[in-house]
Ligand binder design. Structure first.
Ligand code: NAD
Length: 256
């Protein structure tokens, strides 16, 4: 019960890493607002939580994180339903891309920046204001990516947004420390979620082979780390990046 009495918002909570984290947080004693652009899926996750025996521990909210007004309303909703806010997991995101010289800026750059970058900024700002006003601290966890620290194929805009997420995390930790708020970024490697499942089997095999265990990471394995980072046990982890990439960023595997 690491998260007993904590209230959390998980954006992108309807699927993949977010969904697995909703389940983990609830099992650790938290109450969770499952916030996603896909309300129907978010409601399904709430129903799963209820079916698992945690009735009332989760509620759904529709949000487009690219809108600050909607993110502000999402924070207000968590406070209204659960009486406060202790943790925000800014995790909603989209992936994909084209070679740079084939870009249409309005299609291949702007939406990625609005969702993966601005969405995290909006979450930090709205939750930060709530944490300040409550006066009982708070934790911000932001989903970056291994691509936030390196260039990669078809990832020009994605890498830019995910690099900004790391920078936001450091600055948020710095600016909000006086309110007892911590901020941490995670950089998943290749996790078996719908974002990855959109790619061919061959590419998925390549992704898996580049990780230490030769397999895609399970979303539940990321959720375990997020729950730890959100808990008071992680009080000295602040303003930094936690690599949850099965070794990917630390070595180059030898080609067979
Ligand atoms: P996913 O597609 O399963 O989940 C993403 C969720 O975000 C979906 O439920 C989607 O509806 C929601 N979403 C998309 N746009 C939104 C918006 N504008 N407002 C609110 N919600 C929105 O994918 P996932 O793999 O669980 O991805 C979660 C995060 O992890 C993303 O930020 C992604 O970039 C990051 N990530 C994933 C991997 C991976 O290998 N799967 C690796 C590194 C980083």
């Amino acid at each position: 019960m690491r998260l007993e009495n904590k209230v959390a918002i998980i954006t992108g909570g309807a699927s993949g890493i977010g969904r697995a984290t909703v389940h983990k947080f609830v099992r650790e004693g938290a109450r969770v607002l499952v916030a996603d652009i896909n309300l129907e899926q978010a409601e399904k996750v709430v129903a799963e939580v209820t079916a698992a025996g945690f009735e009332g521990a989760a509620a759904a909210a529709q949000v487009d994180v690219s809108s600050y007004a909607e993110v502000e309303a999402m924070v207000a909703r968590a406070v209204e339903v659960f009486g406060g806010l202790d943790v925000i997991f800014n995790n909603a995101g989209i992936a994909g891309g084209k070679p740079l010289l084939e870009h249409d800026p309005e299609v291949d750059y702007a939406p990625m920046i609005r969702i993966d970058q601005d969405g995290v900024y909006h979450g930090i700002l709205a939750a930060g204001r709530q944490f300040r006003d409550q006066g009982r601290g708070g934790v911000i966890i932001n989903t970056s990516s291994i691509y936030g620290e390196q260039a990669a194929e078809l990832a020009f805009s994605y890498s830019a947004a995910k690099a900004a997420v790391i920078s936001f995390t450091r600055s948020a930790a710095y600016e909000l420390a006086e309110y007892g708020v911590r901020a941490v970024a995670i950089t998943p490697g290749r996790v078996g979620t719908p974002i990855i499942n959109q790619f061919s089997e061959e590419l998925r095999q390549t992704f898996a082979s580049e990780q230490m265990r030769g397999a895609l990471t399970e979303p539940e394995e990321i959720a375990n780390v997020v729950a730890f980072l959100a808990s008071d046990e992680a009080n000295v982890i602040n303003g930094t990046v936690v690599h949850v990439d099965d070794g990917y960023s630390s070595f180059k595997k030898r080609l067979e």
